[in-house]
Design a protein around this ligand. Structure first.
Ligand SMILES: [Mn+2]
Length: 438
């Protein structure tokens, strides 16, 4: 076959939580739930509709070891759809799903080839006249240049290198399996199908050296369209490689300047105006928005203001906007930023994968002051409850009984139980101590 298409994707991070989203009434919770799974379904749909010859997955299929087998079962189900259509999948493990990281595993359908982590190997697919060379990560932190030991190209075939790498270092990505761009260019392959960097980037087009970026953005720093590369092969050579969007939700940052008198109506108008282009760019998808407001020192980040902004976002988008966080940037005298909503001081519901974890790099000083000052409000209390309930289900029942005795009966919304307060006080003391010692 001389003309065909294949797909190149990487960094699926299947079942990775979407970070920084606090649930509120009107937010597109259902639409964003399971976004990484929906994006993989979209990839498989694209492979089927484009009649792809094969699919390449360049590492970080999983975010880490599976919490349970559901993640693996879901992946197998999608691979089985490709098997029905006779589409082969070739994949390497990356740093997140390195061989020694995965505590649970399942056998894959026979259309899936996983490259060895022991050495670089070549998989020839006769039907398409292609040789794919690859090696999986054995451990999380692979520091040597794996590409050096990739086999020489097989003459007469289309040669593809499948590799999870930071290339010459691409901060903020961890510098795993670093290699030289010149080394990749000199290898004699036709296409380097890379993974690890979550931003789509074509480093070179002769030969092709490509990061497709991740399949679905997972926090506000992974903004814009996400998807895979659709690659055309014609007469044994790469004819084109174009990005295709597969994500089901977008992340974006909107910036506005507060009116000088901090008039709330005008502030909301400016927010609405900033939202419109972001919504248009997202093409009907739900959008998680971080709003940055440049303001004089008089703008008070109140709960009422946060909810006015949420309400306006919902109105403008018919419920497609999820206001991730509002950051008020005080533009004089170097006052520290103040954050509203989202983030560490107001963790979201812990009972599902919608994301309640704080981003690791968020300001620890902000967290410290939040911990020192935050009274235990109802939102936090109920989020703590659901977090504990989720944990509780996984415990052996004798431990569960002890825990139940410690916590007492759940408060019915209004009442503050002293057991909750004790848990909160303990958590606060622990976190303040750990954060202060840095
Ligand atoms: Mn990754």
């Amino acid at each position: 076959v001389s003309t065909y298409r294949f797909l190149h994707a990487s960094d699926l991070h299947l079942d990775s939580p979407l970070l920084g989203l606090s649930r509120y009434e009107g937010a597109p919770v259902a639409e964003m739930r399971g976004a990484t799974r929906r994006a993989l379904e979209n990839l498989v749909d694209l492979a089927l509709t484009e009649r792809a010859a094969f699919v390449l997955l360049a590492g970080d299929i999983y975010d880490g070891p599976w919490r349970d087998f559901q993640t693996g079962l879901f992946f197998v189900r999608q691979m089985a759809r490709l098997r029905e259509a006779n589409i082969e999948v070739l994949l390497v493990a990356g740093n997140h799903d390195a061989e020694n990281q995965m505590t649970k595993r399942l056998r894959y359908p026979d259309n899936v080839h996983v490259f060895s982590s022991a050495r670089a190997e070549t998989r020839v697919v006769e039907r398409w006249g292609v040789a794919v060379h690859g090696q999986s990560f054995a451990t999380k932190a692979v520091t040597e240049d794996l590409s050096e030991r990739y086999p020489p190209p097989v003459s007469g075939l289309l040669n593809i290198g499948l590799l999870h790498t930071s290339v010459e270092g691409r901060p903020p990505h961890d510098p795993y399996a670093p290699c030289r761009l010149a080394g990749l260019m000199a290898k004699g392959y036709d296409y380097w199908a890379l993974g690890h960097v979550h931003q789509q980037e074509v480093l070179c087009s002769a030969p092709w050296i490509v990061f497709p970026g991740n399949l679905q953005g997972r926090h506000v720093r992974e903004s814009g369209a996400k998807g895979c590369m659709l690659v055309e092969v014609d007469g044994g050579a790469i004819a084109s490689a174009v990005p295709r969007s597969l994500d089901v939700a977008r992340w974006t940052t909107c910036c506005i300047v507060a009116p000088a008198d901090h008039d709330a109506d005008e502030l909301l108008e400016r927010f609405a105006a900033a939202l419109r282009p972001a919504l248009a760019a997202a093409d009907e998808r739900p959008v998680a928005v971080r709003l940055r407001i440049a303001a004089g020192p008089g703008l008070r980040p109140t709960d009422a203001l946060l909810n006015e902004l949420r309400a306006r976002g919902t109105t403008e988008s018919a419920g497609a906007v999820w206001l991730e966080r509002v950051v008020v940037e005080v533009d004089v005298h170097g006052h520290p930023d103040r954050a509203l909503g989202g983030g560490p001081s107001r963790a979201g519901p812990g009972s599902d994968a919608m994301g309640s974890q704080a981003e690791a790099s968020e300001e620890p000083t902000g967290l410290l002051s939040a911990l020192a000052s935050t009274p235990v409000d109802e939102e936090l209390r109920s989020s703590l409850r659901s977090e504990l309930a989720g944990l509780e289900r996984k415990l052996p029942h004798e431990v569960r009984a002890t825990l139940a005795a410690m916590l007492g009966p759940p408060s019915d919304g209004g009442g503050a139980s002293t057991a909750d307060d004790a848990v909160w006080a303990g958590a606060r003391a622990f976190l303040v101590e750990r954060l202060s010692s840095r």
